[in-house]
Design a protein around this ligand. Structure first.
Ligand code: O7M
Length: 221
């Protein structure tokens, strides 16, 4: 995944036409589109190849099962045309290894959730987030998912993994995080959903967030 705008769109709409329209409108300002259960369950896996016309696709299925089932899920995900899959780390090393094995067969990437952005993410997952980050680095994952709502946690996780892994960070906008703060904290990409797809002009909303990130990276803000 090439790093240009450092922005990933979370396309959690449920209508095919709307999804394709938004993807086309914002494609200039996003490095990838993340799709997950809301869109796929509503429209089917075929939407992935349609959206891939506009940007690389990250499949957010938060895969969290035994190794054999993870393997089967990841095969379907990559056969559908995605560039990367998001998996949970709490299921342990063997489950993660199964996802990475399939991803490498297809020449694709795995992102591992180390800690989640919502308030409940601090209840059970946060205490093991750093151990999950270490495991993901040892296993050879491409990146981690870390919370934009807690930039200090992004920084803590960055310290653990160094520049070995990338960090993608959801929680900007609707959940209260600020794109430039999260990039400054050590994320490679921010993931933004509602603040873009619910905006009056998704294109303008994406342009503004991309401009904010660029200004931060250039030291202008
Ligand atoms: O910007 P939002 O809040 O509308 O959307 C954020 C997206 O990121 C949405 O698709 C969530 O499912 C996802 N997400 C989180 O919000 N928090 C997390 O901790 C993890 C994810 C995620 O993408 O997991 C891989």
């Amino acid at each position: 995944m090439e790093k240009k705008s450092c922005l990933i769109l979370a396309l959690d709409v449920s209508d095919r036409e709307e999804a394709l329209k938004i993807a086309e409108d914002v494609s200039e300002f996003v490095d990838a589109i993340k799709v997950g259960y809301p869109l796929i369950l509503a429209t089917g896996l075929g939407i992935i190849r349609e959206l891939a016309e506009f940007a690389p696709i990250i499949a957010d299925f938060k895969v969290a099962d035994i190794p054999n089932t993870n393997r089967l899920i990841c095969e379907h995900v990559f056969e559908a045309g995605t560039d990367a899959v998001i998996v949970q780390g709490f299921t342990g090393r063997d489950s993660l290894d199964a996802c990475i094995e399939i991803a490498s067969e297809y020449g694709k990437d795995v992102f591992v959730v180390s800690e989640m952005s919502h308030p409940g993410g601090a209840e059970f997952l946060q205490p093991v987030g750093e151990a999950i980050a270490r495991m993901a680095a040892e296993a050879g994952a491409f990146g981690l998912v870390a919370p934009a709502t807690r930039p200090e946690r992004v920084t803590a996780i960055r310290k653990i993994i160094g520049d070995k892994l990338t960090i993608i960070s959801p929680g900007v906008g609707a959940q209260g995080g600020k794109a430039s703060d999260v990039i400054a904290a050590g994320a490679d990409w921010v993931i933004v959903g509602r603040a873009i797809y619910k905006a009056e002009s998704p294109r303008e909303a994406a342009r503004k967030i991309a401009a904010e990130i660029e200004a931060k990276l250039k030291g202008e803000i």
